[in-house]
Design a protein around this ligand. Sequence first.
Ligand code: LMR
Length: 366
Amino acid sequence: MLQGARLHEMKVFEWLLTYHPYTSLLSCQMSVPWILPLSCNSDLCGCCFSHIVLFTADTLCSPSCPQPIILILLDIPPMLPVLDGVVMELQDCALPLLREVIPTDKVEVGFKDLDAAILVGSMPRKEGMERKDLLKANVAIFKTQGAALDKYAKKTVKVLVVGNPANTNCLIASKSAPSIPKENFSCLTRLDHNRACSQVAMRCSVSADNVKNVIIWGNHSSTQYPDVHHAKVNLHGSEVAAYEAVKDDNWLRGDFISTVQQRGAAVIKARKLSSAMSAAKAICDHMRDIWFGTKEGEFLSMGVYAAGNSYGIPDDLIYSFPVQIKNKTWKIVDGLPINDFSRAKMDATASELVEERDTALDFLSQ
Ligand code: LMR
């Protein structure tokens, strides 16, 4: 399809700010990547970083994703030696579409002329920390990042926020970048979406690619609502509604939902580390779909600006909806019938987001 075509390079950026126990940078709104536990040592940090960066680069540079990229990695000064190692590994991967890797600790280099920004770093909740404290720290981080995007990135930049609380961080980044359209900002709920597909697929003894059109509504938190009322499962060549394929309404309305809602916590409990591989895969899925669009008749979950949605979700939120994407532009899939069970869950997660937003906006205005 693309033979002979001159492909333009796309600049991709990953914000990797690292917690470093020997610096005071944390108090300067530097952050801990959400893929790392606070107690990790720097070897572990390097390993997690490499993991997420290499996976992202590998997928974004694969032949199925024919977009050459220049990858810019931003971190705090003490982590530059680690970044050098990541750069060497990226070079050693001999990725066909990776044109250049630029490690930097300078915001003006990191954000310059970006086509895509993946904001991975954020302040995770520490023991004894109130949700308010967490929001306050992250408002400071995402205000800075939004302002840097506003100043240095292309106005067409697509920004994916991964660091938690991802929805509200994304809203703050967008509000801090007034010259960039709100539609260019999204947050990651693809990980939850993939988890939901996989749970249904395992239940039906099929592979995950046989499940489509699940929806994650709302917040990337334990109030999110994984909804399969509109999902389809391909069972041995025929497409059937998920409820029909699973044949266990109690499970779909009970354990299925709580498993997906609690999956991040379960991974942390088991690994003593936040999800890394599955998150990296979800980041790649999300970015690839923004760049190349969704398949005909299929929709995906993405945290996007809620303005003008048909589901009665308050406007000024980043809320996860079913979306279809064409020409790098998402559109909420409107008009899906919503029953009372779903309504209550969609509203509950919206309420949590309203509360987060109001607290965050208080801090933003200070
Ligand atoms: C996940 O869903 O795996 C992460 O968002 C969990 C976390 O808090 O790091």
